[in-house]
Design a protein around this ligand. Sequence first.
Ligand SMILES: Cc1ncc(COP(=O)(O)O)c(C=O)c1O
Length: 460
Amino acid sequence: MAARIIRYNIAPEADFSYDQGMTLQRTDPAIAELIKEEANRQRDVLEMIPSENYASPAVREALGSVLTNKYSEGYPHKRYYQGNQYIDEIEDIAIERVKKLFGVPYANVQPYSGSPANSAVYMGLLKPGDTIMGLKLSGGGHLTHGHPDVTFSGTFYRSVQYDVDEHGLIDLDYVQSLAQKAKPTIIVVGTTAYPRIYDWKKWKAIADNVGALLLADISHIAGLVVGGAHPSPVPYADVVMFTTHKTMRGPRGAVLLVTDQGLKKDPEMAQKIDRAVFPGLQGGPHDNVTAGIAVCFAEAATPAFTTYAKQIVDNAKTLSQTLIREGFTLTTGGTDNHLMVVDLRPQQVIGNIAAVALEVANIVVNRNSVPHDTNPPFYPSGIRLGTPAITTRGMKEKEMRQIGKWIADVIREVSHYRLPEGKEERGLFLKKIRLELAANKKLYSIARSVTILCKKFPVP
Ligand SMILES: Cc1ncc(COP(=O)(O)O)c(C=O)c1O
């Protein structure tokens, strides 16, 4: 690898007079250089972390616009600051677009991200000590779904967690009996690592049966829902939350929707959520992000996005079938959505080694726990991968078959490594492995082939 020289100090010739010529390159060449290198990395690798994507140049233009200069605490036409006539219009547009996309009566587009958005639902609709019922982290749930002790949701509320079965599937009969015992105030449905479709109607029946609210956290699958590649929770859930930067392909942010069903249960639900977002948890909205969100909703309303959403799923299915043919075990036996989790226990490879080896081969995934993993989350037994970003580049089934074979070859190449037992030994071992893998000829050759493939599919 060529040596990289970055100057961390401010360039001595930098001129800080605030004028149009104050480019990033001139003002801060170190950051400019790192951004360029990150752009090259994103161009030259297969980004297969399922929560990542390539936002369009239009979205990025809105993000980098003068809107970052403005303060606009409050909501459209009810601000605490002057000078918000254009910001109001932008936020109104974002709200109207998302209401139309999902067919809901109410939307809040201000949450800074998914975690504060879920927290706003709890703050707005629950009292401290009420019960949140969500999926365990190790089963594919999210920290904000009541993960005990270390999180906001697991500290200020009583948390009861359901789990997946030994195949990685959510057994709704078991969820129903747990709900009957736990009597949760809210049931959270939505995951970071679940490859199957949610049966929203059954979830609503479970929630109704115990008088719980139903929050659908569709952070991962929002783009699939909009594109018709996954059923919508809107007819069944009371509140829907999603992040805008995953399959929705927008900027980092989140949206809260209240459905007709939610308003029927509590006509004040929308106002309660508005108040929880601001002033409950947040200050001024990030107006540049709001504009980027509006742009991504315009993009998501096009027929091209529907084609994109369907292709994400077709690609994931082809990739999962290829991996199964290559002898790998996928949790739940495959996928219906954009992601899959490979259980590497039969290969006796830990997720860390697989993920590092794949990165050397220019395939970027993340290590992940598998259902009922006996390894700790830091050394989990699997990897999680997804197709949203590589589908944005235009890759299709043919490329998925090739990528599946590369992934299989990489994992086979490292299947003789065994993680030592001792904690300290493990750290040293992983450092040593990194160096060894960086010099591995097989991985290097796959990395070159990946880069050649990537060149044919430019990033937006
Ligand atoms: C299901 C789910 N909910 C919430 C979040 C939190 O989003 P953020 O990282 O934007 O806070 C994530 C992020 O990975 C997620 O997957």
